[in-house]
Design a protein around this ligand. Sequence first.
Ligand SMILES: NC(=O)c1ccc[n+]([C@@H]2O[C@H](COP(=O)([O-])OP(=O)(O)OC[C@H]3O[C@@H](n4cnc5c(N)ncnc54)[C@H](O)[C@@H]3O)[C@@H](O)[C@H]2O)c1
Length: 243
Amino acid sequence: MSKKIALITGGVAGIGRAIAQTLVEQAYTVAVCDIDDRRGEMMAKEFSGSLSFYHCNVAKEEEIKAVVQHVYSEYGRIDALVNNAGIIRRRTSEEIKVSDWDEVFQVNVRGAFLFCKYVAPLMKQAGRGKIVNISSIAGKMGDITSAPGYGPSKAALDSLTKTFARELAPYGITVNGVAPHAIETEMSAEWSAEKRESIIKAIPLQRLGKPSEVAATVAFLLSEGADFITGEIIDVNGGFLMD
Ligand SMILES: NC(=O)c1ccc[n+]([C@@H]2O[C@H](COP(=O)([O-])OP(=O)(O)OC[C@H]3O[C@@H](n4cnc5c(N)ncnc54)[C@H](O)[C@@H]3O)[C@@H](O)[C@H]2O)c1
C-alpha cells in the first residue's frame, strides 16, 4: 500500500514540527506549510524523501487553494489534514488593536475553515480522511494570559470541528480537535518566569507539556484506532482542566 499523506499547517516549529516528525516516524509522507521559509527549507533537507515544505500563509485563501492543489497533484491523495497554525496576541481588551484581534481569527479560525473547505472534497472523493484541529484549553475556559482574541478564536475552532465532524461523517471522514495547555514552545516562551511558575503550580502533573506529547495524541486521532471518534476535543493539559 502506498504511504499515507499528511498535510500540516504551521509545521516548522513547536507543536507542528513535533507532529511532522512523529508522522514521518510512523511512515507518513508529510507536507508542511508555513510562513517561515527558512525553517521550512531546513526541515525539508533534514527529512528529505519523507517531507516537503510549501510556503503558505493560512490567512490567505489563494495560497491555501494553491498549496492544497499542489500537494494533491504531487501525491494524488491527502489522507490527513492537521490545522495547527495558530497565533496569539497578548494585550488587554483595552489595549488590543482591532486589526490584531481580526488577525488572530483569520489565522486560527478562517485558516482552518479554508483548509477543511478545500481538502474535504478530496477526502470525500476517496471515501475516507482524518482532520485534526489544534485548539487550546483557552477555547474551553477563556484565555489565562490576557489574550482577548485567542480564547474566543479557539472556541470558534472547537465549534468548527464539531460542525465539520457532523457534515463529513457520512463520507467516512473524522474531524477532531486537540486542546493543549502549557506546552514548551516559542509561544509559551513569551511567559515571564513568575507566570511560568504559577502555571506549573496549577497543573496537577507539576510540569509543562512537551510538543511530542501533543503529537502523540494527534497521531492516535489519525490512526485506525480512532476510527469511531469524531467531533471530540481531547485535552492534553497535565490535568489542569478535567472535563
Ligand atoms: N504552546 C502552547 O502552550 C499551546 C497551548 C495551547 C494551544 N496551542 C496551539 O498549538 C498550535 C501550535 O502552537 P505552538 O506553541 O507550536 O506555536 P509556535 O509559535 O511555536 O509555532 C507556530 C507555527 O505556526 C506558524 N504560523 C504562524 N502564523 C502562520 C500563518 N499565518 N500561516 C502559516 N503558518 C503560520 C509559525 O511560523 C510557526 O511555525 C497553535 O494553534 C496554538 O494555538 C499551543
